[in-house]
Design a protein around this ligand. Structure first.
Ligand code: ATP
Length: 434
């Protein structure tokens, strides 16, 4: 395992490009800083991560509803949320080398960590991307690309609640793009300016928020088992009072042990009634909830769980990467793997390709599968290992006699024979959620 190798990130960047997980955006023009495109395998991996999240957060519960709100929202939303005023990072510039830093990430006060030059005084920089709605580019037509998906949920609180006939406690889940004009993006796809969030806002009765906070903290930590991330590489980090966001009463990050250190992959926040209260104030609409049982009217508290798709993609790749003598393997959990199975004819004759194609056709309505007839079987296995395909099925001469195929397991490299009509049930069993 090359986990602690300083070049692990370089290896992942190179593998990502070579095999089609992640490309630099606009590469033929020299690339656009911190923007990335997701290739054939990257889109599958992202889709699987999102599906695992959606299944756990929406399908398996009857107290969470889905939503897909628009990226552009009424500009007043961002005044109410505090983002216009307060979504800022302190920015410093080096007077010598002109490099730019986030002041809170520089340990050497006033001194450039790059060249030792003098740093400017910090100035606050708003992270929201601004644009204009319609043809007139003036202050009255400013709109923002949303910096978090959460606000789309808050402003739809009553819409969703009424349409889905939910009662408190209940939650709203959303997956969607968010944009932040980060001062120091980096570490490949870890921090980018455009990314996709998976957020769930859980509305509760004030006074029950601490209990629900503990509940979601535990649930979200456990969910990473489903993603196949090793527990020893995960930990909680509690925000100290001076780290807390303006809306939060309490916050924990789930951190992952990346090659560049422990870093946040998910935030769990007790946002209190801050957001709904502010939206009530700014919109003039009553956002209170009428509790029929107790006869009370109150603004609910919100427990938020918030994570990023690309950051989890990086997490799954780092966690799955392993180097062995003869091969590089991505030991993805089968549910996460971009391609679930590869099917090979041992040779390109004797009817083997036709049988293999038939097997592929029987699988493709359910999974992304790959047919490969080129090169030695050993090479074909290694190509699949490197992209994390958990199972390879090979049609050989024995198949012609008794209708069985070999199944080769990515992790153990062990082979067994099963009837070719058992390939689908075999995969369905392996892909069941635990
Ligand atoms: P930081 O303080 O590191 O800038 P944050 O604490 O403001 O980030 P949150 O608002 O809690 O981040 O974001 C929730 C989740 O969204 C993060 O855990 C991460 O998975 C994802 N995320 C946030 N910012 C980015 C980004 N710039 N690039 C990729 N993912 C991001």
């Amino acid at each position: 395992m090359a986990k602690s190798s300083p070049s692990l990130m370089d290896k992942l960047v190179s593998l990502s490009k070579r095999r089609g997980f992640v490309f630099q955006s606009s590469e033929i023009y020299g690339g656009l800083n911190s923007c990335y495109d997701y290739g054939p395998l990257g889109v599958e991996l992202k889709k699987n991560i999102k599906e695992l999240w959606w299944t756990a957060m929406v399908y398996e519960r009857d107290d969470i509803e889905g939503l897909d709100a628009s990226i552009l929202m009424h500009p007043r939303v961002w005044e109410a949320s505090g983002h216009v005023e307060g979504f800022t990072d302190p920015l410093v510039d080096c007077k010598s080398c002109k490099q730019r830093f986030r002041a809170d990430q520089v340990d050497t006060e006033g001194v450039c960590p790059n060249c030792g030059g003098e740093l400017t005084e910090p100035r606050m920089f708003n992270l929201m991307f601004k644009t204009f709605m319609g043809p007139v580019e003036d202050e009255a037509h400013v709109v923002y690309l949303r910096p978090e998906t959460a606000q789309g949920i808050y402003v739809n609180f009553h819409n969703v609640r009424e349409a889905a006939r939910q009662k408190i406690p209940f939650g709203i889940a959303q997956i969607g793009k968010a944009f932040r004009n980060e001062i120091t993006p980096g570490n490949f796809i870890f921090r980018t300016r455009e990314f996709e969030q998976m957020e769930m806002q859980f509305f509760v009765k004030p006074g029950t928020d601490e209990e629900w906070f503990e509940y979601w903290k535990a649930r979200r930590f456990d969910w990473y088992q489903r993603l196949g991330v090793r527990k020893e590489n995960l930990r909680f980090h509690e925000h100290a009072p001076d780290e807390l966001a303006h809306y939060a009463k309490r916050a924990f990050d789930i951190q992952y042990k990346f090659p560049f250190g422990w870093q946040e992959i998910e935030g769990i926040h007790n946002r209190t009634d801050f957001d709904l209260k502010r939206h009530q104030e700014y919109s003039g609409k009553d956002l209170r909830y009428f509790d029929q049982e107790s006869g009370e009217k109150y603004i609910p508290y919100v427990v938020e769980t918030s994570t990023g798709v690309e950051r989890l993609l990086l997490t799954t790749m780092v966690d799955a990467y392993s180097e062995e003598e003869q091969r590089v393997v991505l030991r993805f959990k089968p549910q996460v793997a971009p391609i679930k199975a590869a099917v090979f004819p041992l040779v390109k004759r004797d009817g083997m390709p036709e049988i293999a194609r038939n097997i592929v056709n029987g699988l493709r309505k359910r999974f992304r599968v790959f047919y490969d007839e080129s090169g030695s079987v050993g090479r074909r296995y290694r190509r699949q290992d490197e992209i994390g395909t958990p199972f390879c099925f090979t049609v050989d001469s024995q198949t012609l006699e008794d209708g069985t195929v070999t199944v080769r397991d990515r992790d153990t490299m062990a082979q067994q024979r099963i009837a070719s009509d058992q390939v689908l049930p075999f995969l369905l069993d392996k892909l069941q959620l635990d």
